[in-house]
Design a protein around this ligand. Structure first.
Ligand code: RNT
Ligand code: ZN
Length: 416
């Protein structure tokens, strides 16, 4: 695209925004600093390198678009390519099953830092920071209950796994001189009528307390709440209420996945309440359709409102932004770029809100003026600012990334 035209459009946008008290240069600067954690599992439909056991734990990928990454080199190549199409410096979010196991079977209670050494080196060489996840699903011992299992042998197995994962995250954080955020999501639940609801929750809380005991300064732990899983529809041990209480009392980071609530629930409204009681948030930005379907994130009202709430709560700095969707029905690299750029657009749009004026109107009881400005702000020349942001950072502007991805598909992924 014509650089001069992009700059001209930006200058006009800048002036327009300045007239309502918004500094676009500052918004662009903040967006440049905003890291987004790229979920490695979008490259290969959450399969990983441990075994060919396939997914379990109530999550599902649908579609069979060709070109899935089949091994560690392909996952890395795809992530390197994705990075080239994005402005800013980002993170890669790994799951334990993506370890560099060298073709050997390494069970979950045997995993160690050595299996992630090559990831640490790769991340350093490619200017990525790493985040991490323990993996409770896709294993013969996954069943319906892992950390909440009343059988001490199974529960101990998963406690050991999760403790080891925290040590791996600690090593990553120390190597990159920036805390590695480690998410703990367990699928634990029941398909049908559950009587001992309290019992499993007590066990989960005890397991987590045991896991989080170890002081590991290189990492930060977070725990993810969920509504239900496929085949686990009646009961979820780690529900929202469970983790709200857990995170508030233990001062642990709460992972808010935008797909993990009732379809009509206002996810954005959870932000300000949670932030009063939990230290930070980890975000899994996703797009649920009818259920936790993990469609590719787009710039929709839910995502826009969500980031607006973070900015309005002055809390962007207390949120770790990550993506969580897995769509195997379209070009997987394209899915990454659509989702990451959509998240950036929503953040930018939140940063460009005429917040000072809106707050003033609200404080003065000027309801009409507030509503008018909220609506008017939606059609301000936001796109010119986002184009400038990409142009300034030397990455494709607007739809220019489509042919880039088509070329990569032709030359790389279609040959897999
Ligand atoms: C599942 C959770 C969880 C997973 C990943 C793969 O519903 O959202 O975050 O998607 O751990
Ligand atoms: Zn998630």
């Amino acid at each position: 695209m014509n650089e001069q035209k992009i700059l001209q459009a930006y200058e006009m946008a800048k002036e327009r925004y300045a007239s309502i008290g918004v500094d676009t240069d500052k918004a662009v600067e903040l967006l440049e600093k905003q890291q987004i954690s790229l979920h490695c599992w979008q490259t290969d439909d959450v399969i990983g390198f441990e075994s060919a056991a396939g997914l379990s734990g109530g999550i599902q990928t649908t579609g069979n678009y060709p070109g899935r990454a089949r091994n560690i080199d392909e996952v890395r190549a795809d992530l390197e390519f994705v990075q080239k199409l994005l402005a800013g410096h980002h993170r890669v979010n790994l799951h334990e099953i993506y370890g560099d196991f060298g073709g050997k079977f390494v069970d979950r209670d045997e995993v160690g830092i050595e299996h992630f050494q090559s990831w640490i080196e790769w991340a350093k060489a490619n200017n990525f920071k790493l985040d991490f996840n323990s993996t409770s699903f896709g294993h013969p011992k996954s069943g319906d209950l892992s950390l909440a299992n009343p059988d001490p042998a199974i529960r101990e197995f998963w406690i050991e796994h999760t403790k080891r994962c925290r040590r791996i995250a600690d090593a990553m954080g120390k190597a990159q001189d920036d805390p590695c955020i480690m998410n703990i999501w367990v699928h634990d639940g029941q398909k049908d009528y559950t009587v001992n609801r309290k019992k499993y929750r007590e066990i989960l809380a005890d397991s987590l307390d045991e896991i989080l005991k170890e002081d590991l300064p290189g990492m930060k732990s977070c725990v993810e709440a969920k509504l239900f899983g496929i085949g686990l529809e009646s009961y979820t041990v780690g529900s929202m209420d469970f983790y709200e209480g857990y995170c508030a009392t233990r001062k642990v980071i709460y992972t808010l996945d935008t797909g993990h609530y009732e379809p009509t629930e206002n996810v954005a409204d959870k932000v300000s309440s949670l932030l009063l009681y939990v230290p930070e948030l980890m975000l899994h930005v996703s797009r649920p359709i009818r259920w936790d379907s993990d469609h590719v994130t787009i710039m929709n009202d839910m995502t826009l409102d969500f980031f607006k709430e973070l900015v309005r709560s002055d809390a962007l700095g207390r949120a770790h932004v990550g993506l969580d969707y897995f769509d195997a029905s379209i070009n997987r690299i394209g899915a990454y770029i659509i989702g990451t750029r959509a998240a950036q657009k929503c953040i930018l749009s939140a940063l460009l809100e005429p917040l000072a004026k809106l707050r003033e109107y609200e404080a003065n009881g000027q309801g009409f003026q507030k509503l008018a400005l909220v609506v008017e702000a939606k059609s301000l020349p936001f796109g010119a600012v986002y184009d400038y942001f990409n142009c300034k950072n030397g990455v494709p502007v607007g739809e220019e990334y489509i042919p880039c991805i088509e070329r990569y598909e032709k030359e790389v992924t279609s040959k897999r």
